[in-house]
Design a protein around this ligand. Structure first.
Ligand code: TYM
Length: 325
């Protein structure tokens, strides 16, 4: 049977990229399989952080899970640090992973390698992510493009552990988004849209941006000198990103097919802004209600932790035994 696991890190305000690559898909997936969706707060300790802000962001993301439409009666919503099994399994997997393969992780190379104040936890981050995934017997991991290599590592570690110590883990599959797997920054469309962009950046659309801010950011989005609208991510990243966002927010499978409907940027930007606001406005309305009831969010996470503990226990026990503990 299918089991789906995914997580979002509380390191910044969630963006439209997080939504199209991950959160929005979780909402559809929850009815199709057993699902565990986690706020991965331990992962946020891998870079400079402020403890108070971490706690605030963790709650914000848990609230956004609910606001987006994840239903705690249908799927398990949890917080990584509530479950010591994640870090315990991480250690067993650290004793399975090689220094060489972690050194090849693109995100580590970009964010930390060779810098004097790089945290050890940034280096071992993909092993914790593998533990998150393997602990629940996950068959599928819906993530954006930037997490592809980490999911492949989780597969490699599962295969290696099973070969060395006997069948223990389900080998997960990557489940990439077909549209919106890599939403780009609106000002800088060759880099991905990121939650850690400066707060006043026009390039990142935050899930909680008011509609008029969304409209302004999209109307100022960088395009290119060609007068026509065309889909060509390689050579025309700005306009292609807008088409990708429009497709992602309207359920259109093929962003290239949308290009032909437009003979200018003004109409494309107007429709894209309408589509984004159409998707985010209901989420923001529910968020406003939920934020007034923090006890409900806390209760959801408590219930999620209980259920996640039960789901994780057999795999952790099997891994401990297999490895010789
Ligand atoms: P994180 O917190 O950076 O991002 C959460 C999810 O959002 C996706 N994403 C994007 N998708 C499309 N376009 C973008 N611009 C964009 N930016 C982010 C990410 O690919 C991700 O799916 N290490 C993970 C969190 C994690 C995890 C896990 C995920 C920890 N354990 C286990 C899956 C399974 C991370 O930092 O994602």
């Amino acid at each position: 049977s299918r089991t789906i696991f995914s997580g979002i890190q509380p390191t910044g305000r969630l963006t439209l990229g997080n939504y199209l690559g991950a959160l929005g898909r979780f909402v559809d997936l929850q009815h199709t399989a057993r699902c565990v969706f986690c706020v991965v707060d331990l992962h946020a300790l891998t870079v400079v952080h402020d403890p108070k802000e971490l706690r605030r962001l963790t709650r914000e993301i848990a609230t956004l899970y609910l606001a987006a439409g994840l239903d705690p009666a249908v799927c398990v919503l949890t917080r990584q640090s509530d479950l010591p099994a994640h870090t315990e399994l991480m250690y067993l997997l650290e004793s399975t992973a090689y220094v060489g393969e972690l050194s090849r992780m693109i995100q580590f190379k970009e964010k930390g390698r060779g810098r004097p104040r790089t945290r050890v936890s940034l280096y071992t981050y993909p092993v914790l992510m593998a533990a998150d995934i393997l602990l629940y017997g996950s068959t599928e991991v819906p993530v954006g493009d930037d997490q592809r290599q980490h999911v492949e590592l989780a597969r490699d570690l599962a295969i290696r552990f099973n070969r060395t110590y006997g069948p223990t883990f389900v080998v997960p599959e990557l489940s990439p988004a077909t549209v919106g797997a890599r939403v780009m920054d609106l000002q800088n469309p060759t880099t991905k849209m990121s939650g850690s962009a400066p707060a006043d950046s026009l390039g990142s659309i935050r899930l909680l941006d008011p509609p008029e801010v969304i409209v302004r950011k999209i109307s100022r989005a960088v395009t290119d000198a060609s007068p026509d609208v065309g889909y060509d991510p390689e050579n025309r990243p700005g306009v292609s990103n807008l088409l990708e966002i429009l497709a992602g927010c309207t359920g259109e499978a093929d962003p290239a097919a949308l290009a032909g409907k437009y003979d200018g940027y003004a109409a494309l930007k107007r429709d894209t802004a309408d589509a984004v606001v159409g998707v985010l406005k209901p989420l923001q309305n529910r968020y406003a209600e939920l934020v007034a009831d923090p006890a409900h969010v806390d209760a959801t996470l408590r219930l999620g932790a209980e259920r996640a503990r039960e789901l994780a226990a057999p795999t952790l026990a099997a891994a401990r035994t297999a490895i010789g503990l």
